[in-house]
Design a protein around this ligand. Sequence first.
Ligand code: ATP
Length: 454
Amino acid sequence: MTHEAWGKVRETLAKRIGKNNFTSWIEPLRWAGLRDGVARFEVPTTFFGDWVSRNYSDHILGLLNAEGHAAGRTEFFVPLNTPAAAPTPEKPARPATAKATRARSDEDLPGATLDARFTFDSFVVGKPNELAHAAARRVAEGGPVTFNPLFLYGGVGLGKTHLMHAIAHELQSRQPQLRVLYLSAEQFMYRFVQALRDKQIMDFKELFRSVDVLMVDDVQFIAGKDSTQEEFFHTFNALIDQNKQIVISADRAPGEIKDLEDRIKSRLQSGLVVDLHPTDYELRLGILQQKAEFYRQQYKGLAISTGVLEFLAHRITTNVRVLEGALTRLFAFASLVGREITLELAQDCLADILRASDRKLTIEEIQRKVAEHYNIRLSDMIGPKRLRNIARPRQVAMYFAKQLTSRSLPEIGRRFGGRDHTTIMHGVRKIEELMTTDSQLSDDLQLLRRQLQS
Ligand SMILES: Nc1ncnc2c1ncn2[C@@H]1O[C@H](COP(=O)(O)OP(=O)(O)OP(=O)(O)O)[C@@H](O)[C@H]1O
């Protein structure tokens, strides 16, 4: 592949990821050729390469393939004789071009780049995140400050950063004069340590107190780091006193962050605390549909059926990042080998992700869920009652135990009050038979399956 082709990919990337990100991360890459499906790039530092690999590899691969260049992997390397060494712990390498969140005259704002893709438009709303989304929207309207701070928390990859960037984008487009500063708690610490070292702590304080909106991502990072916490506390108070909006995110609720000073915990709890719940099936499917549409355009019509999307939504329950990664890989792979995206291809190409996502569902969980659904007692699952309204749910639980766990029939029998394996087999067959004729049962099974697999 020639430099020109890479040039085209770069152009598309520039439009897609925004100017700041492009300047920071893509411009410094030097194209080193494509061989045996590996796209190679020279990078200034190992840190830089790792970052680009983690954040833009899929993007780059997708575009290369869409341009007709079969690339399955990227490789980033620091050329020999380049003095730029890997970052040392005292001085973490920050790309020199990482800029403020705003283009205006805020070259002095030490923020992180915003991802152009993380907007409200691209955020899919479902039950697990509707409250967080509504709160983020409210803050993004930029009206009078009603809750301060807004504290968003939730597990890995559930959309905290996405929502924070969306707030920043929205505020900047509504009120370009606002000084909006988004950065990670790690960057906050880094800046603070740097200011201490360079004896510029007054500048640091002034700078952070001069913003209109401060957004700090992954605040749990400063736990246990005493002087950074102290400084954070003062910055926080100064801004709250001036009625400036603060948005904070963390991987857990304020009260649960270990080694965080109590006074900070209580400050963080003083506004609105909302959590992003783990995704449910519907939300995962919604996200997949949205991303699939994007890829369909990227890959010029390469289609993916609803069945495959449903399969992925059922099976990949860990987090949205993994879900997205799976879809990206699937499209890149299908286009690379020139095949349609079928269920088989998905199972093949995503075997490792599917294995890792296999949640260890226990027979007890199945029994509990099924008992709840049919409103019978858990003890009836293992008891001797033969009444239809007890026996049928018990068979449903046996069916799921066989379908959704790797337990053998005798093992399942033992968990159902020491029943024989032939009884289990009979139960499973009965349900398989009935589900084709009894639509109520078939609906029940569908609903239960979703609940058990989400
Ligand atoms: N509801 C959603 N709609 C669309 N995309 C989503 C949604 N939730 C998460 N994502 C996507 O999932 C990926 C991970 O989300 P994000 O980085 O915001 O997670 P996070 O909660 O900040 O995780 P971490 O704690 O690891 O930083 C992003 O690419 C984001 O766009």
